[in-house]
Write a protein that binds this ligand. Sequence first.
Ligand SMILES: [Zn+2]
Length: 414
Amino acid sequence: MTQQVMNINLDRLMETIRQSAAIGALPNGGISRLALTSEDKKMRDLFLKWMKECGLETRIDEFGNMYGRRKGRNNELAPVLIGSHLDTQPKGGKYDGILGVLGALEVIRTLDDRGIETERPIEIVNFTNEEGARFQPAMLGSGAMSEIFNKQTVLNSKDQKGFVFGEELERIGYKGLQENRQQAPFCFLELHIEQGPVLEDQQKSLGLVMGIQGMTWLEATVMGRTSHTGTTPMNRRKDAVLLASKLITKIHTLAEEVPDLLAASGRIQAFPNVINTVADQVVFSIDIRHPDDHIRERFEKMLKESLSMMTLVEEMELRIKDLDRIDTDYFSKEMIGIMEDAAEKHSFSYMRMMSGAGHDAKYLNRITPTAMLFIPSINGISHCEEEFSEESDIEKGVQVLFDTVLVLANKETL
Ligand SMILES: [Zn+2]
């Protein structure tokens, strides 16, 4: 039996998204709202006001993460935590993580509309500096709260102009207390736009996110020999640019042979980088991603062997340095099942998928059962002003968020 009855109020939700989009508004519909800027403060003030209007108990922790708590019948129980982030890239879109925070607010408002009490408390959250556009690394607020990052390192981190994270928090009035952290939630649920084209291509309204795929970052250095471009015959050269281009092409070809594997060389530098000199050195990055850590590791090994062989044939030298390696995070199967039940109940189209990008949920997953829900990004684009999601998908996403929270907030165990 199909049931399309919606509980949430789409018009009210879209009005909050419109009011958010006005803060840091860019000419083509996007937002520039970097973490801990005056625009971020203005948005935080508005969000705080909205939370208070709902009667939520608000708290700010020492990293500026904002919480709003709706009491349950039993307030000794750990709360269901839902939310995402309100900061954006320098030229960001108006949905991104904003949808996850304002969607969480809409869940609270809908519970209030209907006078629904839950067993557990529910807390909504806005994490600080998720984007990593101003302070690095990304997901600083959620990572610090989950104790993945060192507290002092986070508070002392500087932006490009030398402004200090902790001082900027104080300047905008959002430096709270450590005791306000939510470190023991019952679970965490994050709604977000997909930021890729898969849901749209598959014509699905919802993505039940199974986890965040792992990645390997390498840096390759190719060494050849400098020579004059006008005097050195082609067959006498050891051209590092030429070999690097062959290696990068090979990486791409090998990656295409492995289903779901992604590889790219997005950063490249040639030395001495002079027009009339054959380069003797090229340094380029290799970014490898796959949802299965074993496949990613096997690919990396095979890739290194293959590139070394090619270099040997050219009688040149190749060094490959490890930069970073992050394993795949898998979300709570039980929570995915609850989201699936909700999608089924409403006959919404959905699919299970992995997240290619990092999110606050990645770090929350280290401390509590966690899940994420995606809605389609039109043309798969985000982190730009053209970022767009259909209202009908937004409505479905927030409705499933509502249904799922209602189940979780009355659940004894996970
Ligand atoms: Zn985001």
